[in-house]
Design a protein around this ligand. Structure first.
Ligand SMILES: [Zn+2]
Length: 160
């Protein structure tokens, strides 16, 4: 999907910044897909720019904790040389699981934006208060693209 940037002579963006950053998270998800991983990707944005990226690496690293969000959070903390990501927004293609929601809370991330919902494993069912109390949550950004990428992966996997 092409990314359309703000036109300087228009106040109305054709693509919101949330969609722009979610497209970058989708790029990460596609990197996971190429490695045979469940296609989930994440980026961390600070002051309007991406400071860290991550994608699911649970198969590659043989590690159930190697979720996209945790890869991105670790990279962001390294980039900032600080463990708290207080002024950061995390974009992730799928609703974070309980484990990642815990990490997002520990990192004090101030805003979480996700694409597709995960009714089975998502935090909102099991740990709706895991985030920092002041954290803002936006759901459903590029939801269909994020969800389709996952469902086509699982359809292919069942065929194979
Ligand atoms: Zn997770």
């Amino acid at each position: 999907m092409p990314i359309t940037y703000y036109s300087s002579n228009s106040d109305i963006p054709t693509v919101t910044r949330d969609e722009e950053f979610m497209s970058m998270a989708l790029e990460e998800a596609r990197k996971a897909l190429k490695k045979g991983e469940v296609p989930i990707g994440a980026v961390v944005v600070c002051e309007g720019r991406i400071i860290a990226r991550g994608h699911n690496l649970t198969e590659t690293l043989t590690d159930v904790t190697a979720h996209a969000e945790l890869q991105a959070i670790t990279a962001a903390a390294q980039y900032l040389s600080g463990k708290y990501l207080t002024n950061c927004t995390l974009y992730v293609t799928l609703e974070p699981c309980v484990m990642c929601a815990g990490a997002i809370g520990w990192a004090q991330i101030s805003r979480i934006v996700y694409g597709a919902s995960d009714p089975k494993r998502g935090f909102s069912r099991f740990a709706p208060k895991a985030f920092h109390p002041k954290a803002k949550i936006s759901a459903g950004v590029l939801e269909k693209t994020c969800g389709d990428l996952l469902s086509s992966f699982f359809t292919e996997k069942r065929k194979g």
